[in-house]
Each structure stands twice: as structure tokens, then as C-alpha cells.
Design a protein around this ligand. Structure first.
Ligand code: S3P
Length: 431
């Protein structure tokens, strides 16, 4: 089993960029596959999750060429996909399974989707419910609403749907189905979740009305292939932002990072904690992209994150918990029950891992209370097969005294190929 051995980092003075955005890479492939003509994605993330989506679209009859390590060209099928010969393997990727369900629900064939052990535990009722209202038949094979899924696609009829969860995966699943459905579909969410699908649809020639958090789309619509530059993934940048903020005397510049405001609430939280961070948007459309500069060493103080801020830093809570461990006082994370339904039960795994590093943590049903400011001590920790937990533990190790061993780190490949190499580079100059 792969593992990462981490020694403390004393100094960080670096400038680099992170791999492409996972959410945008998934969407680019799916929308490109549905569109007529050619789509080119530059800056595509070749992580395992996005490769699951890429292989699924190939199985649905689309020609996808990886013309360079970070560039793919998709020949779309103008809305008419082919029945896959085999069930579609979504691997570890909830985004693949949930968004693809919206795609195949509108196709005149039956598709079976399955995933690994972690994905097989994740709830799918949230997408099965709207897709059934559209008219598709969805069978969740395990425990009522867990994968594998069998989806019998059909000619869809528009729906009016209010989601109980603020989830971009649910929203995108509904939008992908609505593109193929006859009539006016309306979607509402309790709080605005990441809006990549809304930003990308016009680039593919689709139109809809947006009055956040309500969306209205008249279907069916024909998409046209396009060219997209995928920015670096803010969620990957987040690990380095916290590391730099926590290391005295450090300076970090990250270039070509996605700065979509529905993703960057971690920056607001870190600024409230006193971190020295400046972001600058250099290219605003279709996805804001720019530079982040961190000046490390400010004394961090505790904060509270809750309510409408949660969906906009949902993937960053594991690394925010690391910042909380450094900050004076008790940081509270509230309204975050969704974290129990990610690649692992993140509230439980964050609690266990932080305690191993000597940080007092109270685990609550919907969040955490983290008492920061003590010296971190290196530890031996498990990732529970969750990429963000593995990377957060590695950052803790860089900030702790003594040696840290993070076990079961192969999962990092799902979202951040090259993470371990980047740590190696920083350690070479920062010992
Ligand atoms: C994603 C949405 C979020 C996020 C996930 C990627 C997306 O999930 O946690 O990593 O690309 O739409 P939810 O929409 O379920 O919160």
C-alpha cells in the first residue's frame, strides 16, 4: 500500500501552478460528448476521477483523444449517445455517477453505473428523485438509494424541482437532463452551490434564465462543441494556501488558479483568521482565473464557518481544519452534515486524525469544534482512502514536529496527480 513519509518543512518560498479543475474537467467532457462537433479542453485534469468520466463517454460512443497530457479533444454525438456494451465504472467519483445519470436518463437505452467501495456507500436518492420526475426509471440496487444504479432512459418531460441539499452535483444532473427534456424545467437550491455548469452551458451555445438560486431552462437544446481553458483547481491550491499561511516567513505565488466565487470561501475564512492572502482575477470568463499570493507567518485566530458559506468551501473543510489547528482559540464548523456523505465520513476522519497530531477536537452531528494553537506532533495516520484526508494529513505533517506517516495515499491520484512530487520539491529547498 502506498504511503507518504513527511518531515517538517521550515521554509516555503515558491511559485507554481496546480493541476486542472476537477469539476470543470468532468463537465467539459460530458457537455462535449453531448454537443455536436468538436470540443477541445486545455488544462484538463488527468486525475482518476476525470478519467472515469472520459472512459464513460468513450463507452457511450464518443471519440475522445488525449492529444497531450493535459489536453483532450472530444467528438460529440449531437445528443445521440450509443448504448454502452458494459456497465459504466465511475470509480471513486460521485461527480461522474451523479452527472452522468442526468446524461443517460435522456437516452433511449438502459445504463448501469457502479463504483468502488466508497462510492457504493454514497446516497443517490438526491438525483434519483428528480430523474424519476423527468420520467426515467432509476433502480438503486443497494439499501434503497445506494449504487449500483440502473437507469432506463426515455424521452424526458420537464420538471419543477426544489432540491433539499445545496449540491452542485444534483443541480448539474438536473440541468443535463433538462437539456434533453421537452418543456420548461425549473430548479431551485437552498443556497447557491458551485456554478460551473451554469458558466459552461453558454459556451456550448445553451441558454437558460438564472435568478440565483433558481434556474429555468427550456428543452430540448442542441449544444455546439467549443474550446475551453480549464483553470487550476482551487481545491488543490487550498492545501498550499494553508501550508504557506501557517509557516512563518513563507511566500507562495500560485498562478492560473480558478477563482470562481462559488468555490473560494476558504480565502474569506482564512482572511478572517488573519492570514495574509491576496487574490487577483486576471481572466474573468467563462471561469474566473488568476493569481493567489500568500505571505505566511501571521498569527492565526479562530473563526466560525456555517450556513451559506459551507457549500462554497465544502471540499476545503479538511484543510480548513488544519488552519484551525494552528489558530488561537476554538474554530467552529457548523451546518456541515454533508461532510458525512463524501469520499469518507469526513467529520469523523478529521476528528480522529487531528487528535493523533495532538489537537483537541469535539465532533458534533453537523460539524466540529477545533481547539487550535498547540504544538502539532507528527503522527501515523490513515487516509481512509479519501484523497482530501490524505493530503490534509500530509500538510499537517509538514507543519508538525517530528516524523509523520500518511498511509493509503494512492487515493490522491483521484484529484491531484503530482501532489507527492510537489511536496518533494518543497522539501528539497525548505529543509
Ligand atoms: C462537485 C460538487 C460537490 C463537491 C465535489 C464536486 C461537483 O459535491 O463536494 O467534490 O463537481 O459538482 P456536492 O455537489 O454533492 O456537494
Amino acid at each position: 500500500m502506498s504511503q507518504l513519509e513527511i518531515r517538517p518543512l521550515r521554509r516555503l518560498d515558491a511559485e507554481f501552478s496546480v493541476p486542472g479543475d476537477k469539476s470543470i474537467s468532468h463537465r467539459g467532457i460530458m457537455l462535449g460528448g453531448l454537443a455536436a462537433g468538436t470540443t477541445r479542453l486545455r488544462g484538463f485534469l488527468p486525475g482518476e476521477d476525470c478519467l472515469s468520466t472520459l472512459h464513460a463517454l468513450q463507452a457511450l460512443g464518443c471519440r475522445v483523444d488525449r492529444v497531450a497530457p493535459h489536453e483532450v479533444v472530444i467528438e460529440g454525438r449531437g445528443g445521440k449517445l450509443l448504448a454502452p456494451a458494459e456497465p459504466l465504472d465511475c470509480g471513486n467519483s460521485g461527480t461522474t455517477m451523479r452527472l452522468l445519470s442526468g446524461v443517460v436518463a435522456g437516452q433511449p437505452f438502459t445504463t448501469r453505473l457502479f463504483g468502488d467501495a466508497s462510492l457504493s456507500r454514497r446516497p443517490m436518492g438526491r438525483i434519483a428523485e428528480p430523474l424519476r420526475q423527468f420520467g426515467a426509471e432509476i433502480h438503486c440496487e443497494s439499501q434503497g438509494d445506494r449504487p449500483p444504479l440502473t437507469i432506463r432512459g426515455t424521452k424526458l418531460k420537464a420538471i419543477d424541482f426544489s432540491s433539499k441539499v445545496a449540491s452542485a452535483q444534483v443541480k448539474s444532473c438536473v440541468l443535463l437532463a433538462a437539456l434533453q427534456a421537452e418543456g420548461k424545467s425549473t430548479f431551485r437550491e437552498p443556497v447557491l452551490s458551485r456554478d460551473h455548469t451554469e458558466r459552461l452551458l453558454p459556451a456550448f451555445g445553451a441558454s437558460f434564465r438564472k435568478d440565483p438560486p433558481t434556474l429555468i431552462l427550456h428543452g430540448p437544446q442542441r449544444l455546439e462543441g467549443t474550446e475551453l481553458d480549464v483553470p487550476g483547481d482551487f481545491s488543490s491550491a487550498a492545501f498550499w494556501l494553508v501550508l504557506a499561511a501557517g509557516l512563518p516567513g513563507s511566500r507562495l505565488t500560485l498562478r492560473h488558479v480558478g477563482l470562481n466565487p462559488t468555490r473560494t470561501a476558504l480565502i474569506s475564512a482564512l482572511l478572517r483568521m488573519g492570514a495574509g492572502i491576496v487574490e487577483k482575477v486576471e481572466d474573468p470568463t467563462p471561469e474566473p482565473m488568476g493569481t493567489i499570493v500568500v505571505q505566511g507567518g501571521n498569527r492565526l485566530k479562530a473563526t466560525t464557518v456555517s450556513g451559506s458559506e459551507i457549500p462554497n468551501l465544502i471540499d476545503e473543510i479538511p484543510i480548513l481544519a488544519v488552519a484551525a489547528a494552528l489558530a488561537e482559540g476554538v474554530t467552529e464548523i457548523k451546518d456541515a452534515t454533508e461532510l458525512r456523505h463524501k469520499e469518507s465520513d469526513r467529520l469523523a476522519v478529521i476528528t480522529r486524525n487531528l487528535r493523533l497530531f495532538g489537537v483537541p477536537v469535539e465532533e458534533r452531528p453537523d460539524g466540529l469544534a477545533i481547539e487550535g494553537g498547540r504544538t502539532l506532533v507528527g503522527a501515523e495516520v490513515e487516509s481512509d482512502g479519501d484523497h482530501r484526508m490524505a493530503m490534509s494529513a500530509a500538510i499537517l505533517g509538514l507543519l508538525a514536529k517530528g516524523k509523520t506517516l500518511v498511509k493509503d495515499t494512492a487515493c490522491i491520484e483521484t484529484s491531484y496527480p503530482g501532489f507527492a512530487r510537489q511536496i518533494g520539491l518543497l522539501q528539497e529547498v525548505g529543509r
